[in-house]
Design a protein around this ligand. Structure first.
Ligand code: GLC
Length: 454
């Protein structure tokens, strides 16, 4: 892409190494604040204790139910752990109607319990005792494996009467209302914890779980001595505990203002959780497409795009009015395109604007804009990850990853690795592995560990 004016226009999305270094330093500081009891309340990254203190050893066995709420879909799973690091999974996806997403907590949990009941009947497993792990991917203060108080909703959920409530209790009560007495809720966990557990099940060096999907967050294995708020008796028996960083909230106290753009501010203002999850809003799938839409609209208005298009007014109108029209999935398709034909990009432009003739130069420019937005997201994830890898400070650290952006974007992994190499302490080797159904297998593993302790 050769247009110097567009390059200049997109410059604010390009973070220099010194800006990234500053983000890295501020992030490390927030982690320390989150873990320390005197500064915890003021930290952006709350570093919640998960109460998961054992990684799987691969020998876990048994049949478990798992629920997965917090991404694009709600799922119910039946996981059979077979020992020898092996598991089989059967699952079903259930839509959550919009009116339930913004309805009452009771409606949401009744809906979940109904889907669970339908699934158990369809799988014909309802006769025997069924331990259940619930992957609930929102910020929660855990008071134990089975007790988890919702701090606030993220990612477009907004159910009333649920904040500060125990999600484990809400689920248990809804299951009891349906009369499924054979099901016991044994563990509540975040999707990052599920991802870490499921990857650790296959690779003993896994220490970090990362999600780059609808939302973005990470968890990691910390030494109990660094976790002020962990009960002393839990420090005596075990040396480690998984910490759910809730890093999406990094920046909520203003620490990222030096890199945020006006586009980020608009995205935030249009969201139901204004002023919250500011790091996440620069990275995750719920927001990347919108960032491109806003930048593309401005670039078109300023005559940097679609210069020769007969359709320019229509393009401006669509970009201005149709919030959400540019989907994050389009970034992935555009970056997967091959030169010089730009088949995906052309199709996307046709889908969006009904343009018949598409100019190759516009395709190149749009691709460049998508690259800038995705690269910034990957760079921000990379400095956060490097911060965790360096904290863990073991010779080999494996990171388990899940989420639609990481899985479907053809370059996200490569972008991340380049920047991580700049920030990870020399001498520490890191690797990134794709998680296989972390929310399901991971939930079963946490439940398995819990039932062992029981
Ligand atoms: C949001 C949630 C967090 C979750 C992440 C990824 O950031 O607050 O709990 O892990 O999305 O789904």
């Amino acid at each position: 892409m050769q247009d110097p004016r567009l390059k200049e226009f997109m410059k604010e999305f390009t973070l220099s190494d010194s800006q990234l270094k500053e983000v890295y330093n501020r992030f490390g500081n927030e982690i320390r604040k989150g873990l320390n009891k005197d500064t915890h309340a003021k930290a952006d990254t709350k570093c919640f204790i998960t109460y998961v203190q054992d990684l799987p050893n691969g020998d876990e066995r048994g049949k478990f139910l798992a629920l997965d709420l917090g991404g694009t879909n709600f799922r119910v799973l039946l996981v059979t752990l077979k020992g020898h690091h092996d598991a089989t999974i059967v699952s079903n996806t259930y839509p959550i109607p919009q009116e339930i997403l913004v309805g009452t907590g009771e409606q949401l949990f009744d809906h979940i319990a109904k889907c669970l009941d339908d699934f158990v009947k369809a799988q014909q497993v309802g006769e025997s005792y069924l331990p259940l792990g619930f992957t609930f991917s929102f910020p929660c203060v855990q008071l134990g494996l089975k007790k988890s108080m919702l701090v606030r909703w993220t990612k477009g959920f907004q159910c009333s009467n649920t904040e500060n409530e125990d999600v484990g209790r809400l689920l248990k009560e809804a299951i009891a209302r349906r009369g499924n007495t054979e099901i016991e809720v044994l563990a509540l966990l975040n999707d990052t914890t599920g991802t870490l557990m499921s990857c650790a099940h296959r690779n003993a060096n896994c220490r970090i779980g990362l999600i780059v999907g609808t939302g973005c967050n990470a968890c990691y294995v910390e030494n109990v001595d660094c976790v002020d708020l962990l009960e002393p008796e839990l420090k005596r028996t075990k040396k480690k505990v998984i910490i759910n960083v809730e890093w999406g909230a990094f920046g909520d106290s203003g620490l990222l203002e030096f890199v945020r753009t006006d586009y980020d501010r608009i995205v935030d203002k249009m969201s139901p959780n204004i002023g919250q999850q500011l790091y996440e809003k620069m990275i995750s799938g719920m927001y990347l497409g919108e960032l491109v839409r806003l930048a593309l609209h401005k670039a078109t208005k300023e005559n940097l795009m679609f210069l020769r298009s007969a359709n320019k007014n229509k393009i401006l109108e669509v970009l201005n009015k149709e919030v959400g029209c540019f989907k994050t999935e389009m970034l992935s398709r555009i970056e997967a395109d091959t030169f010089p034909d730009f088949t995906n990009t052309k199709n996307i432009l046709k889908e969006l604007f009904g343009s018949e003739k598409v100019n190759i130069e516009d395709c190149q420019k749009l691709r460049f804009m998508c690259e800038c937005v995705a690269q910034r997201a990957a760079n921000l994830v990379a400095v956060g990850l490097a911060g965790l890898v360096n904290r863990i400070n073991e010779p080999n650290v494996v990171i388990g990853v899940d989420g639609s952006v990481y899985k479907h974007h053809p370059k996200f992994d490569a972008y991340m690795r380049v920047t991580m190499r700049k920030f990870v302490t020399p001498g520490i080797k890191f690797d990134i592995m794709l998680s296989e159904d972390g929310s399901g297998r991971g939930a079963a593993l946490v439940a398995a560990v819990a039932s062992r302790q029981k």
